[in-house]
Design a protein around this ligand. Structure first.
Ligand SMILES: Nc1nc2c(ncn2[C@@H]2O[C@H](COP(=O)(O)OP(=O)(O)OP(=O)(O)O)[C@@H](O)[C@H]2O)c(=O)[nH]1
Ligand SMILES: [Zn+2]
Length: 348
């Protein structure tokens, strides 16, 4: 039902990722509203790219993320189209609330810097997050000009830590691998990885001359280093769009059981041969996973990493359940208090 929506400049919207399936989701009641994509989210305001404009809009209570498709009319977001994918992380510092980093993502480029030692656990964590989002992850091994000798070992370690995931080695200094990264950045692409991994440098290389024109947001921190402060959606010269995210030092997992299982497809596959369906791969008899560790085909570190993420995911879920239960109790207390007050008032 498209009748009520003004005919947009499809070439522009298509560049942002608009397609017939999105168009089919526009409600028939969307009189005068234009479809657009959220390019940036600030407190109380969003920037939306429509076919012929970039508009500041009031989100009207919608919890929006960069990459959401919305309808805007009169400076207000009137509707949000259902997300195809969402890159979500549990926020840190003891709370288990989820934070949507980006919506409707097709490709997650997990940047791994070669020069600071491969932090395999962090790679696995980011891959679980990426798989859980519904997007396809690609590992980008950055700064390969820094340590040529470490490259072979790193590629070997990544083959184990990222089964079934393409690994693209790149150097922004020599330009090696940049074309491969550009080819891997299909559709809506998000760059994730630790601070200093080279995400902004890579983003600039992918965006080419357009970066300046679109005004990527940068701030200079106290040390004079350029640091990404905002997530921003930027069209890529070869089609598709890029979301550059601030460094993710601590990513928590939550509701990510499927993503964890995909990131550890090797462990999960072995587990199918365990004697017990609910095997925890600890000391159960007939555990095919422990057998693989004993036989040297599965690194013990890999099993440990898997179990750690599963435990953390379950812990986060339990916390959420506990908090919801506490909220329910709180609400119930308020209800009974209100009822008592109402009875008293009526009795008077
Ligand atoms: N030698 C070398 N240095 C690089 C390469 N890519 C990036 N750098 C340097 O690494 C540092 C960090 O790069 P950034 O692109 O700012 O890293 P970032 O991931 O965007 O960091 P945040 O914005 O803090 O998340 C900068 O000094 C870059 O010049 C590379 O391929 N080779
Ligand atoms: Zn087992």
């Amino acid at each position: 039902m498209l009748a009520a929506v003004p005919t947009p400049d499809h070439t522009t919207l298509t560049r942002y990722g608009w397609d017939d399936a999105w168009a089919a989701l526009v409600p028939g009641s969307a009189d005068g509203a234009a479809p657009g994509r959220v390019a940036r989210v600030d407190r109380g305001r969003v920037d939306v790219l429509t076919a012929d404009d970039r508009v500041h809009a009031d989100p009207r209570g919608h919890a929006l993320a960069v990459g959401d498709w919305v309808l805007v009319g009169d400076g207000t977001v009137t509707a949000v189209l259902p997300r195809r994918t969402a890159l979500v992380r549990a926020t840190v510092s003891g709370r288990s609330d989820a934070q949507v980093l980006a919506a409707n993502v097709d490709t997650v480029l997990v940047t791994v810097p070669l020069d600071t030692g491969l932090r395999t656990g962090r790679v696995e964590r980011l891959l679980a997050l990426a798989w859980e989002s519904g997007a396809t992850p690609v590992v980008v091994l950055t700064k390969i000009d820094r340590d040529g000798e470490a490259l072979v070992d790193a590629l070997g370690d990544l083959a184990v830590a990222a089964p079934g995931v393409d690994v693209v080695p790149v150097s922004a200094v020599t330009g090696d691998g940049l074309a491969e990264v550009a080819a891997a950045a299909r559709g809506t692409t998000v760059l994730v990885g630790p601070s200093g991994a080279g995400k902004s440098t890579l983003a600039n290389a992918l965006l080419g001359a357009e970066t300046m024109a679109t005004g990527a947001v940068r701030a200079v921190d106290g040390k004079g280093r350029h640091t990404t402060v905002h997530r921003e959606l930027l069209p890529l010269p070869g089609g598709g769009v890029l979301v550059d995210t601030p460094g993710l030092r601590a990513v928590g997992v939550r509701d990510a059981a499927e993503g964890i299982d995909r990131a550890f497809a090797d462990v999960v596959e072995l587990a199918e041969a365990c004697r017990f369906a609910d095997c925890a791969h600890d000391r159960e008899p007939g555990c095919a996973v422990q057998d693989a560790v004993g036989g040297g085909t599965l690194p013990a570190r890999r099993l440990e990493a898997y179990r750690k993420l599963v435990r953390e995911d379950e812990w986060a879920a339990a916390r959420t359940d506990a908090r919801l239960a506490a909220e329910r109790r709180g609400r119930w207390k308020q209800v009974t208090k209100d009822q008592r007050a109402a009875y008293r008032a009526r009795g008077r």
